[in-house]
Design a protein. Structure first.
Lengths: 113, 177
């Protein structure tokens, strides 16, 4: 089962930030492949979702970039900035809490029972 | 593994630009990504043109420039406070700018205005609000309410928003003269 785009949309920044935290520096295609590999193809990040997100993270100064020239093309590597590291922790905590709440909600019974 | 020639890379870069991608980092990222996928596709067989067409089509839903719009939108949203919904925007605009004019016309309708106040505000309304203010407000609506928040209304037709009520007010004002 591949998860829907709507479901992934709110979590994409967190996924990218966490991957960068674990892998130091990555380029776009590498990120898509890593996500596929880790999730066993259940989550497939498209170019249309990934690159706008990377652009936004760069605009927010949460990532820094360095480029490598491969012939006539440029490969852009992303890594976390100091602010990005702090934000990653916040985003992971937020998502973890959200998942716990959703679990509670979908079980449709109070936690204490 | 197949390696694209410089001419092929240039061709892909031109196609990306031709499809409306103007942001340099988006161009670079897409070029690298598409080149990798095309090289993988060539390994599995097929001509450069066929593989490129297939890969290119998989990168977007309707048009490639959607990616740029999405990138610009995401990087412009620092928090919910910076983007106003249309409802909030109009309440704010109405409260600050239009309410005094509406109050003036209500007072005029009830004949509660001193005679001296009849002419000048009307001229201001006609030439300031209609001539200058409304076009500026329309531009502000377009700027502050991205398409995302208002998907059923085409972006540039937002200049017509509120036009009907404006014309009615204008006609009413003309009938008072």
């Amino acid at each position: 089962m591949v998860y829907s785009t709507e479901l992934l949309k709110g979590t994409l920044k967190t996924i990218v930030l966490k991957l960068l935290a674990d892998n130091k520096k990555m380029y776009g295609y590498e990120i898509t492949q890593k996500v596929k590999e880790i999730t066993g193809d259940k989550i497939q990040i498209t170019e249309g979702a990934l690159y706008p997100t990377l652009h936004a993270l760069e605009a927010d100064k949460l990532v820094t970039t360095e480029v490598e020239y491969i012939g006539k093309r440029v490969r852009k590597y992303y890594s976390l900035s100091a602010a990005g590291k702090v934000r990653t922790k916040e985003k992971i905590n937020e998502l973890t809490s959200f998942i716990q709440t959703m679990t509670l909600l979908l079980e449709l019974k109070p936690k204490s029972i | 593994m197949a390696t694209l020639t410089d001419e092929q890379v240039d061709f892909i870069a031109r196609v990306i630009r031709h499809h409306g991608i103007r942001l340099q980092d988006l161009q670079d990222n897409l070029l690298d990504h598409i080149c990798i996928l095309v090289e993988q596709g060539l390994d599995q067989g097929g001509s450069f043109e066929e593989v490129l067409a297939k890969v290119f089509r998989s990168c977007y839903r309707k048009e490639l420039y959607e990616l740029e719009e999405e990138a610009l939108f995401l990087s412009s949203v620092k928090g919910p406070r910076l983007v106003l919904s249309r409802g909030k925007f109009f309440r704010l605009v109405f409260g600050v700018l239009l309410a005094p004019y509406v109050l003036y016309f209500l007072l005029a309708l009830l004949h509660w205005l001193p005679v001296a106040y009849d002419i000048a505000p009307m001229v201001i309304f006609r030439w300031t609000l209609v001539g200058c203010l409304w076009p500026l407000l329309s531009l502000a609506v377009i700027y502050f309410t991205p398409e995302r928040l208002d998907p059923l209304i085409p972006r540039h037709s937002k200049v017509l928003l509120g036009g009907g009520s404006l014309i009615r007010v204008f006609r009413f004002e003309a009938s008072l003269v």
